[in-house]
Design a protein around this ligand. Structure first.
Ligand code: NAI
Ligand code: MG
Length: 355
């Protein structure tokens, strides 16, 4: 029986709750599809940071490197600054393992009512391909003349030819696989150095894919289009910051963060990829069974696809669809009264066979 070593980092808050459900769903899917998942759990979190002063141990990345994939809940805890959890855990993992693609599918799930009511599940099915290793998220810059009237800050963006080229190429490959089109998010009217460069590389890469429809769109107009004409959006490729914002918007369009999955992918597979929902640790609802586990379960299904277990991944997505379509078991964020555990169990049972 084939097996995979999975590093599991539940993190903080609802990360712990939703990851527990996702693990159980995957174990059920693995059992049904004839493979094994060998989990190693790491307590790396803000909670650990408050005890030890580190989000993860010094050899953390080496320990992760021994795994086929990483399933991450969310990190973040009131009292620990967000830059600590981001730069102490998430960004080191994304960068050390060259997870330069952040893949964020957005699909209107069966039976859920979008704020754009009247749309059908088929009208809204897009993927945000977010650059995940450079761009606006950079440490280059500084604060000058602090505390004086002349104080100013500089925050630099970094766009490399290699970095821009590979993310755009990934988007075109994905569009080819989906039979879709690529839209590049730009803002070359405002960002007069970085975005014209991005656009130039986009045109170069696009020339190599004459069969794939493509266009570029200013990020603000694209944001509006995602709400007004979501049926006209398929694969969106965007820089680190634009992709982050667009994917939260896209998630909101289909009903909120509770159902939005995401993957940090190293396409060359030289390093483990990491799978984490779009949402954070939601301290406002943590520990009360209110968290929707669907985002993390769909995230875990992306992990199965990445491992090559496409049948099991599809089975998990079908189970989510079936339970939501049925509609009797839903968490409060999507209009129900079920707990995290009840929705997780319903999905797990649906994976096991017809209900
Ligand atoms: P958040 O995503 O944790 O919560 C935003 C809102 O959405 C809250 O009202 C929350 O209750 C709701 N929500 C999120 N996930 C939900 C779910 N599965 N079911 C039902 N409702 C859900 O974002 P926020 O509040 O900005 O950040 C909270 C903490 O999480 C911060 O410390 C932040 O740094 C961290 N964070 C961590 C991320 C990660 O680990 N990748 C990503 C985003 C935030
Ligand atoms: Mg975000």
């Amino acid at each position: 029986m084939s097996g995979y070593r999975i590093a599991c980092i539940p993190g903080d808050g609802i990360g712990v709750e939703v990851t527990g459900e996702a693990r159980q769903v995957l174990d059920r899917a693995a059992e049904r599809h004839g493979f094994r998942l060998r989990w190693t759990e790491f307590d790396w979190s803000c909670e650990r940071y408050t005890r030890t002063g580190r989000m993860m141990p010094e050899d953390g990345l080496e320990r992760l490197a021994e795994h086929d994939a990483i399933l991450l809940g969310a990190v973040g805890f009131p009292g620990v600054p967000d830059h600590v959890s981001l730069w102490g855990l998430l960004i080191p993992i994304r960068r050390a393992f060259d997870q330069y693609v952040n893949l964020r599918p957005v699909r209107l799930l069966p039976g859920l009512v979008s704020p754009l009511a009247g749309r059908e599940a088929a009208d809204l099915d897009m993927v945000i391909v977010r650059e995940n290793s450079e761009g606006e998220y950079s440490r280059i810059g500084g604060r000058h003349n602090p505390g004086t009237p002349d104080e100013f800050v500089v925050q630099q963006s970094v766009f490399t030819r290699r970095g821009v080229h590979r993310i755009i190429r990934y988007a075109f490959e994905l569009a080819r696989e989906r039979g879709g089109a690529v839209c590049s998010a730009t803002k070359s009217n405002g960002l007069v150095h970085s975005m014209p460069f991005w656009d130039e590389v986009f045109a170069e890469v696009a020339a190599g894919y004459p069969d794939i429809p493509h266009e570029q769109c200013h990020v603000d107009a694209l944001a509006a289009r995602m709400v007004l004409r979501p049926d006209r959006v398929d694969v969106v490729v965007a820089s680190n910051l634009f992709g982050d914002i667009l994917s939260d918007l896209a998630a909101a369009v289909v009903g909120g963060l509770g159902t939005a999955p995401s993957a940090n992918v190293n396409p060359e597979r030289r390093h483990p990829s990491m799978f984490e929902a779009v949402h954070g640790s939601a301290p406002d609802i943590a520990g009360r069974g209110l968290a929707n586990p669907v985002a993390q379960i769909l995230t875990a299904a992306m992990m199965l696809d990445h491992l090559g277990e496409h049948a099991a991944g599809a089975a998990v997505r079908d189970a989510v669809d079936a339970v939501l379509r049925d509609g009797t078991v839903r968490t409060p964020d999507i209009g129900g009264r079920a707990t995290t555990g009840e929705l997780g169990k319903a999905i797990r049972d649906a994976v096991s066979g017809p209900r």
